[in-house]
Design a protein around this ligand. Structure first.
Ligand code: RP5
Length: 167
């Protein structure tokens, strides 16, 4: 079996434009760990490593990836370019940039032309966490155990919210 067709054990892929995005994207990874959801995480830059990006998108489905979480900041073309190369669901996380606080990232990711969708999340860590929950829910459609763990996580979150304003 060639590298292109070898199935991976991880149905979720987390990719990011730079190592500097990891503090944000780690939130997604940590939540997937908590949910017991397998994932791979790697740096794939739309601008600095375009060949790596094209190879990743072209081979993802054959490797067993079911959903892709792509985070990038600034001129954040990574999620859209991955969506251009695969019909797998792509969840885009706008990483908070220094210059424009992530508004540049958000607008770069969210305004996709009709026909090439990227499901765009909130700027920063909240977006990364919610991308993980959505990815787990998507994979959970064909994985009852994971779906049950997502339900439990949500129920625990609900139970943790106090109704009173102070003790
Ligand atoms: C984007 O440029 C990355 O996603 C990152 O958010 C931003 C800055 O990258 P570095 O200069 O920190 O590597 O490609």
């Amino acid at each position: 079996m060639s590298a292109d067709t070898a199935a991976t054990s991880a149905p979720i892929a987390i990719v990011m434009g730079s190592r500097s995005d990891w503090p944000t994207m780690r939130e997604a990874a940590d939540l997937l760990d908590a949910l017991g959801a397998a994932y791979e995480a790697k740096v794939v830059s739309a601008h600095r490593t375009p060949d790596r990006l094209a190879e990743f998108a072209r081979t993802a489905k054959a490797r067993g990836v079911k959903v892709i979480i792509a985070g990038a900041g600034g001129a954040a073309h990574l999620p859209g370019m991955i969506a251009a190369g695969t019909a797998l669901p792509v969840l885009g996380v706008p990483v908070q940039s220094k210059a424009l606080s992530g508004l540049d990232s958000l607008l770069s990711i969210v305004q996709m032309p009709a026909g090439v969708p990227v499901g765009t999340l909130a700027i920063g860590k909240a977006g990364a966490k919610n991308a993980a929950l959505l990815a787990a829910s998507i994979v959970g459609l064909s994985d009852e155990g994971l779906a049950a763990r997502v339900e439990s996580w949500r129920a625990e979150q609900t139970a943790s919210v106090p109704e009173t304003v102070e003790d």
